[in-house]
Design a protein around this ligand. Structure first.
Ligand code: GDP
Ligand code: MG
Length: 437
């Protein structure tokens, strides 16, 4: 699947120290292939990788990060942008707010009508009315009643009337007279785009002038979803897209392509058959889902915020010159602490959560370490070799710890200095590795 492929693509970058034209090209070729496999339109995939490449090359790679991690972040930001950037809200103006559902048969209009009614009733304190305008099959009207019953929302229907325009207009009158402030009009779809369906939905659209016209599409339909979206948008100029069936073995590609082709925001996603299986669409979360990179992105963002690049370079130099002391150790600890709760941090590393599940990481694990270092004289901090038994006893007393704890820290520090010299970077990632050991 897509995330496996991207995983592989990013793996190529591992071990390289810099983002360069050569290593980025190979990785982005994989990214493009993965997007194409997920049914993203060819031109969109190509433009996308070109943009990422421009952004990536020449980027300073923080010493604490792998170039691959930084590229993940760039890819994610671009994907987010491609899917609309921000969260698109639903327009609830008007009294009543009129919402029209459109889309092919089986896309999930009736189910989503119920989900939206339920969402507005429970989360937005609204009083919605569901309207049955699928007049071709008695079973369709019955289906909407079942949905309405399950969420305690009234359904308006006129089984004898075969004119969806009239039914929708009458429903709005009924809503006004009975204090409903949202009217959700469920319509008939067909298996493929045809003129009769388009004419019918256009007529309803013209007659009721909805505040929100939503296009519902099955996310499993891949490239076809784009063509259908275009056909509906040409006729209805809809306001937003609903991506259903994102719970299955779905291709995230539809979300990317639809947004690029019709330039309308995706507003909600459906993630199951039940009435509460509805989510607001977050472009950044979707990008993360498509990338399947755990929370690597947030880890990178936090690292970027908190790590002072210059500081890291200075420390690297010190290590090279054998000048790394307890003051530097202390500032490293403070950097890591600034990044947040240790458990959170470890949880953000893909694969680490499982491995670390049984390891107890205490948030204040650093407290006694800090106390001990604070009890050292500046000279002891910069030249730890001078710390003998007598000094250790004084430090233990001053920091309120036991001499064994001081010994332990000295040992850890020694090991750490050794390891740091071996490893390239002195940053948070390496620190955490050592803390975990
Ligand atoms: P309509 O013809 O557009 O009204 O589509 P329906 O609402 O009748 O849905 C068609 C089928 O898809 C039904 O079996 C629904 O239960 C199912 N369905 C709708 N939305 C979702 C979803 O988000 N996830 C899953 N797994 N099934 C869905
Ligand atoms: Mg239906």
């Amino acid at each position: 699947n897509l995330s496996d492929k991207l995983d592989k693509a990013f793996h190529i970058l591992k071990g390289h120290g810099k983002i360069t034209e050569v290593n980025v090209a190979e990785t982005l070729k994989e990214v493009r292939r993965a997007l194409l496999d997920a049914d993203v339109n060819f031109k969109i995939a190509k433009d996308f990788t070109t943009k990422v490449k421009e952004k990536a090359i020449g980027q300073n790679v923080l010493t604490t990060l792998q170039p691959g991690q930084l590229l993940v972040k760039i890819v994610k930001d671009e994907l987010t942008e491609l899917m609309g950037g921000d969260v698109a809200g639903i327009n609830l103006s008007g009294n009543p707010t009129v919402i029209l559902m459109s889309g092919l048969q089986g896309s999930g209009k009736t189910t989503f009508s119920g989900k939206l009614a339920n969402y507005l009733q429970t989360k937005k304190n609204k009083k919605p009315l569901l309207v049955a305008c699928d007049i071709y099959r008695p079973a369709a009207i019955q289906q909407l009643y079942v949905v309405g019953d399950s969420i305690a929302v009234e359904v308006y229907s006129e089984p004898e009337n075969k004119n969806p325009v009239e039914i929708a207009q009458n429903a709005i009158k009924h809503a006004k007279a009975n204090g409903f402030n949202v009217v959700i009009v469920d319509t008939a779809g067909r298996l493929a785009v045809d003129e009769a369906m388009m004419t019918e939905i256009s007529n309803v659209h013209k007659a009721i002038q909805p505040h929100e016209t939503l296009f519902v599409v099955d996310s499993m339909t891949g490239q076809d979803a784009v063509n259908t979206a275009k056909a509906f948008n040409d006729r209805l100029n809809f306001d937003g897209v609903i991506l259903t069936k994102l719970d299955g073995d779905t291709r995230g590609g539809a979300a990317i392509s639809i947004k690029s082709v019709v330039n309308k925001p995706i507003k909600f996603v459906g993630t199951g058959e039940k009435m509460d299986a509805i989510d607001v669409f977050y472009p950044s979360r979707m990008a993360e889902r498509i990338l399947g990179m755990g929370d690597v992105v947030s880890l990178v963002e936090r690292a970027q915020e908190q790590f002072d690049e210059e500081e890291a370079r200075k420390i690297q130099k010190k290590i090279a010159k054998n000048e790394f002391g307890f003051d530097d150790f202390l500032s490293q600890i403070q950097q890591v602490k600034k990044m947040g709760n240790m458990k959170d941090l470890v949880g953000m590393i893909p694969g680490a959560t499982k491995a670390m599940k049984d390891v107890e990481i205490e948030d204040d694990a650093f407290k006694s370490i800090e106390a001990i270092i604070h009890s050292m004289t500046p000279k002891e901090r910069s030249k730890p070799v001078i710390i003998d038994v007598k000094r250790k006893a004084r430090i233990a007393k001053g920091s309120g710890t036991k001499i064994e704890q001081v010994n332990q820290l000295m040992k850890q520090f020694e090991q750490m200095s050794k390891m740091m010299k071996i490893m390239q970077g002195p940053g948070g990632k390496n620190m955490m590795k050592m803390m975990g050991n």
